[in-house]
Design a protein around this ligand. Structure first.
Ligand SMILES: [Zn+2]
Ligand SMILES: [Zn+2]
Length: 107
């Protein structure tokens, strides 16, 4: 860590380095590093990491799950809407007014 004191930031030549990025091994000042998953990284490496797994990002995965729920509900709603429309399309004469009789299936 003693070499860190004499290092300068990779982006700011006038600033003293406070951390070293584990990914690119460069030194950075306090402004240029951010913490990610308990590790201190430079913003360039952080951008590179967060760019790749879009589907694994918690926010994106949550939104995807929510979207799937909404889509499922819409599908169910549409299914029952179609069933209702089909039932409405059946003419009243189809029942011939016998549906409520007790033994209409035996006659
Ligand atoms: Zn880096
Ligand atoms: Zn800097």
């Amino acid at each position: 860590m003693s070499t860190l004191v004499h290092q300068r930031c990779f982006n700011h030549a006038t600033r003293e380095a406070v951390a070293r990025c584990p990914a690119c091994r460069r030194f950075f000042c306090r402004e240029c590093v951010t913490e990610h998953d308990g590790r201190v990284m430079c913003s360039a490496c952080l951008r590179q990491i967060s760019r790749v797994p879009l589907l694994q990002r918690p926010a994106f995965a949550g939104a995807l799950r929510m979207g799937q729920c909404v889509l499922g509900l819409l599908l169910v709603w549409f299914f029952f809407y179609l069933v209702g429309a089909a039932l409405l399309a059946i003419p009243t004469s189809f029942h011939e007014g016998t549906l409520w009789r007790a033994n209409w299936w035996e006659s």
